[in-house]
Design a protein around this ligand. Structure first.
Ligand code: GSH
Length: 206
C-alpha cells in the first residue's frame, strides 16, 4: 500500500504532513500549485469533488478533510497510541476536541472575521466567546487534550490553534501559547515543519 498526500505547503495539507510524521508511515507528496489552480484540475477533482487540499490516497482509500485524515491515520496506523482504543473513556474526549476544531473553532473565527449575522442558537459554532471558553477548558490543567498523553487530537485541535495564533486570528492567550510550544517540541512536528519549509523554498515561496 502506498500513501499519497495531495499537498501545497501553504495549505491545511502542511498540518496533514505533521499527522503523517506522527503516524510514522511512508508517504509521497503530490504538490498541486494553488496559485495556478492545479487543485481544480481533473486529477484532484476525480478524488475530491471539492478540489481542495489536503486529499489523501492510501491504496484504494481516499480520505478528505484534514481532521478526518488525521483520525484515519491514527486509527489505521497507530491505534492505542495516537488514537485511544474504542472502549476507553479517553475516546470521547479525543473525538470531542478533534471535531470541535473544524466544526466550531474554524467557523466561529470566520464568523467573527466576516462579521456574519447568524442566530447563535442555531449556528453550530455558537458565539465566539463560548467557543473560546470551551477551547480554553479543553487544555486547562493539562499537557495535552487527553491529559499527560499526546494524541492525534492534539494535531487537529492544537494545529488549528497554532494556525489561528500564527495568523493573529486568536488572541495570544498564555495557555494557548504554552500548549502550542509543547506541541512544537515534538520531533514529528519538527520534521514536518522542516519539510514544509523545504517545500516552500523549492517552490520559491520563501
Ligand atoms: N474542510 C476542508 C477545507 C480544506 C480547504 O479549504 N483547503 C484549502 C487550502 S487550506 C484549499 O484547498 N483551498 C483551495 C480552494 O478551495 O480553491 C479541510 O478541513 O480539509
Amino acid at each position: 500500500m502506498s500513501i499519497t498526500l495531495y499537498y501545497h505547503p501553504y495549505s491545511r495539507a502542511s498540518g496533514t504532513l505533521w499527522a503523517l510524521e506522527e503516524a510514522g508511515v511512508a508517504y509521497t507528496l503530490k504538490v498541486l500549485d494553488l496559485m495556478k489552480g492545479e487543485h481544480k484540475g481533473p486529477e484532484l477533482l476525480a478524488l475530491n469533488p471539492m478540489g481542495k487540499l489536503p486529499t489523501l490516497v492510501d491504496g484504494d482509500v481516499v480520505v478528505t478533510e484534514a481532521a478526518a485524515i488525521a483520525l484515519y491515520l491514527a486509527d489505521r496506523y497507530a491505534p492505542g497510541s495516537l488514537a485511544p482504543a474504542l472502549d476507553t473513556p479517553q475516546r470521547g474526549t479525543y473525538l470531542r476536541w478533534s471535531f470541535f476544531a473544524p466544526g466550531v473553532i474554524e467557523p466561529a473565527v470566520m464568523a467573527k472575521m466576516g462579521n456574519w449575522k447568524v442566530n447563535e442558537g442555531s449556528a453550530g459554532w455558537g458565539s465566539h466567546g463560548s467557543m473560546l471558553a470551551a477551547a480554553h477548558s479543553a487544555i486547562a490543567g493539562k499537557r495535552f487534550v487527553l491529559g499527560e498523553d499526546f494524541s492525534m487530537a492534539d494535531v487537529v485541535f492544537g494545529g488549528t490553534l497554532r494556525y489561528m495564533l500564527d495568523f493573529k486570528l486568536l488572541e495570544p492567550a498564555a495557555d494557548f501559547l504554552d500548549y502550542v510550544e509543547r506541541l512544537n517540541e515534538r520531533p514529528a512536528y519538527q520534521r514536518a515543519a522542516a519539510r514544509n519549509l523545504a517545500m516552500r523554498q523549492q517552490l520559491g515561496l520563501s
